[in-house]
Design a protein around this ligand. Structure first.
Ligand code: 5RP
Length: 215
C-alpha cells in the first residue's frame, strides 16, 4: 500500500470513533469510504444502519451486512462520513470525482456532523486544481457548458458516465475558486444543473488528514 492509500485508510479508521451506538450513519462514496465501510462492518451490531450516497456504496454496505436505509424514512442523521477530491483551510471541498456528488450533497445537508476523511494530497490553499464536477440533466449539457465557459472554466464532458440519478457530468477545468460560496450558488442556478461538486455553503465540520484530526 502506498503512502496516499495508507493516509486514506488511517483517516477512515479514525472516523469510526465518531459513530454513536444505535445511530444511523451517512456514508459517502469512493476509495477512502471503502475503508470506512470495512471498519463499520465490525460495528454493525451497534448501529441501526446506514444511508448510502451511491449504488456503489450501497452494494458494499450490503456485502458487509449493514442495513441500508431510506433517507426519507430516517430524518436528519447525526453523522456523515465522506472523502473529498480537494479540501481548503476552511473545510470547503470539491467532491464528485466518483460522480456521486448530488446524493452526497443531500446527505451532507441532512447531517448534523460531516466528517471528511482525506489523505494529505487533497489539501489545497485554493480550490480548483481538481476539475470541478457538475451534474447536468442530459438535454442541458451544451447550454450548461456555455454558461460554465462564461464563468471562466473549461468544461469537459465525462463521456460514457451516467450518474446514479440518470444524468451526465461536466468536469470544469482551470477554475481558480476564490469565492467558493458564491461560485457554488452561481453554478447551481444555471438551468439544467442538478448540483455542482463545491461543498462550500455546507462545508465539512471536521477534517481528518492521514488519520489526524485537523485544527
Ligand atoms: C465521490 C467523491 C469522493 O469522495 C471523492 O472523489 C474522493 O474519492 P477517493 O476517496 O476515492 O479519493 O466525492 O463522488
Amino acid at each position: 500500500m502506498d503512502e496516499r492509500e495508507a493516509g486514506k485508510k488511517r483517516s477512515a479508521e479514525r472516523a469510526l470513533r465518531y459513530v454513536e451506538d444505535g445511530s444511523i450513519v451517512g456514508v459517502g462514496t469512493g476509495s477512502t469510504v471503502r475503508y470506512f465501510i470495512e471498519g463499520l462492518a465490525d460495528l454493525r451490531h451497534r448501529i441501526e444502519g446506514a444511508v448510502s450516497s451511491s449504488e456503489q456504496s450501497t452494494a458494499l454496505l450490503r456485502q458487509h451486512g449493514i442495513p441500508v436505509l431510506d433517507l426519507n424514512a430516517t430524518g436528519p442523521l447525526p453523522l456523515y462520513v465522506d472523502g473529498a477530491d480537494e479540501c481548503d483551510p476552511h473545510r470547503r471541498l470539491i467532491k464528485g470525482g466518483g460522480g456521486a456528488l448530488t446524493r452526497e450533497k443531500i446527505i451532507a445537508a441532512c447531517s448534523r456532523r460531516f466528517v471528511c476523511v482525506i489523505d494529505r494530497s487533497k489539501q489545497v490553499d485554493i480550490l480548483g486544481r481538481f476539475p470541478l464536477p457538475v451534474e447536468v440533466i442530459p438535454m442541458a449539457r451544451s447550454h450548461v457548458a456555455r454558461q460554465l465557459v462564461a464563468l471562466g472554466g473549461q468544461p469537459v464532458w465525462r463521456e460514457g458516465v451516467v450518474t446514479d440519478n440518470g444524468n451526465w457530468i461536466l468536469d470544469v477545468h482551470n477554475l481558480r475558486i476564490l469565492d467558493p460560496v458564491a461560485l457554488e450558488a452561481s453554478i447551481n442556478q444555471i438551468a439544467g444543473v442538478v448540483t455542482c461538486g463545491l461543498f462550500a455553503a455546507r462545508p465539512a465540520d471536521l477534517v481528518i488528514v492521514d488519520g489526524e484530526v485537523r485544527d
